[in-house]
Design a protein around this ligand. Structure first.
Ligand SMILES: [Zn+2]
Length: 246
């Protein structure tokens, strides 16, 4: 939180707030202080699974390194959605729930509060950052929605840092070169991940990046950082118009 506070301010145009409490910890959001029409909008989140530390570190490092460029975006960032789990290296919340299967539940005040906060917002890109113990390299989910699709390009960009997970079937889904491009329907899972919710209500394109938990921490962090830099460097025009593209 101290590091994020340092990133906030006039240069980055970001400010920090607490939107809910989770297992005794404040849950924070970092967002653009002013929404500039015409700027592309980006949703980023990390740390919903407490045993996935690389994305949490990568997100703050990326923000520290790009402080001067962040004003060109309308940003909504959730730097760590499960701080209780992160401190204990536990995937779940204190009640043993998988928060990332709870986005269609109204029983969790922390998720209700998060969704209330983004109500009415539309994101050109939403990215959820994760890690996976079974992964054999990094892989990327791209929910098939707005075109152009960027999945292949992202995997190519990240592959010099770490090999892609070359399996043709990852977690029950067809994969190619580390990319899983899926169409999703609301009835596919009983408990909805954050990415489903974002796709159905908020975002033109939704990515979930996974790095292998058994690899070294430094290279996992690099993969996430490079991915975030890719999103930031993309010319605005490439994202198209949200409403026209949907
Ligand atoms: Zn995860």
């Amino acid at each position: 939180m101290e590091r994020w506070l340092k990133v906030c301010g006039r240069q980055s145009g970001l400010s920090m707030g607490v939107f809910a409490e989770g297992d005794g910890y404040p849950l924070m959001v970092v967002e653009s202080s002013a929404t500039i029409p015409g700027n592309p909008s980006l949703y980023l989140s990390a740390g919903i699974h407490g045993d996935e530390p690389a994305p949490v570190e990568a997100l703050i490092r990326w923000a520290e390194e790009n402080k001067g460029c962040l004003k060109a975006w309308n940003l909504t960032i959730f730097p760590c959605l499960n701080p209780w789990g992160l401190e204990r290296n536990i995937r779940f919340d204190a009640e043993g729930r998988d928060l990332n299967r709870s986005y269609n539940s109204r029983k969790l005040p922390r998720i209700t509060a998060q969704l209330a906060l983004i109500k009415g917002r539309r994101f050109d890109v939403a990215a959820c950052l994760h890690e996976d113990y079974d992964a054999r390299g990094f892989y990327l989910y791209e929910i098939a929605a707005a075109r152009p699709h960027f999945g292949e390009e992202i995997c190519r960009k990240l592959s010099p840092i770490m090999t892609t997970d070359s399996r043709s079937n990852i977690d029950g889904h067809r994969a190619r070169g580390g990319l899983i491009r899926r169409r999703i329907r609301p009835d596919m899972l009983a408990g909805h991940p954050e990415a489903f919710r974002l796709h159905f209500h908020y975002a033109a394109r939704t990515f979930t990046l996974e790095t292998p938990s058994e690899e070294g921490l430094a290279s996992r962090i690099s993969v996430h950082r490079e991915f975030l830099s890719f999103l930031l460097k993309k010319p605005k025009t490439r994202y198209g118009n949200y409403h026209g593209n949907r």
